[in-house]
Design a protein around this ligand. Sequence first.
Ligand code: NDP
Length: 264
Amino acid sequence: MSTPGFSINFAKKCIVVTGGNRGIGYAYTRAMAQAGANVAVIYRSSKDAEQVAEKVSKEFGIKAKAYKCDVSDTELVNKTMQQINNEMGPITGLIANAGVSVPKPALELTYEDFKTVYDVNVFGVFNTARAVAKLWLEKKHKGGSIVITSSMSSQIINQSAMNESLAQVFYNSSKAAVSNLTKGLAAEWATHGIRVNAVSPGYVNTDQTSHMDKKVRDYQAKAIPLQRFAEPHEMTGQALLLLSDHASYMTGGEYFVDGGQLIW
Ligand code: NDP
């Protein structure tokens, strides 16, 4: 069997990116579009998501469209994936990236906070992955690739957690849960040719990390072997690989893009 040359061309692919309108998700949207895919951008409430999709569509000459959909709403997720499949599809890949955090000291956390985080970071990922897998299985479509955004905090708790205002035990534990969920879904759907992997970023400069004050940020950056936070586009190489045929033997993995932080 021959080894394919290394190029990634997603022409005729349709990739769904949840939380694809800003932060890391926006970098994914652009990377998929640049590789030639049509992109469905799922967002929750941002006012400018439609303009964001339009801009990407014009820049890369592909179809990109924004879909307002709360990933924790099962009925809406199923309906939206079906709509995307009809309008842009057939869907060939999913990046389940939407995520939220509630930084708060543990003693102040409530059940509502728990639901806020787990509904999106765990159930939302499950919901979107299942909706897409269902479409693939109904059509007896052999194959498809799902990339889940977890976090290095699936494995470690940062020193910043010792600063109570930055502690986020629900967030960290939700990421451990979603990394395990990745393996479970990969095992369950492997015989259908569906691959499921996680990309786990370290600190990335987005709205999610913008609340950290400069002192804490500098302290944290020094603990990273590469000595800095990442920019969102630096997450995209791993996702492009996992969604491509170059990763045809990769499933159930968790890939850290963390500037070397897990070395310690
Ligand atoms: P941002 O806060 O910048 O963006 C979050 C995105 O998720 C937005 O597009 C938002 O949509 C969307 N979203 C949130 N809740 C929902 C929902 N219920 N339904 C649909 N969409 C939703 O996050 P980041 O880019 O920083 O993070 C992206 C992912 O990467 C998350 O899973 C996060 O946990 C993970 N991560 C981030 C790290 C970092 O340092 N930034 C480190 C490790 C992991 P809207 O704009 O409409 O609100």
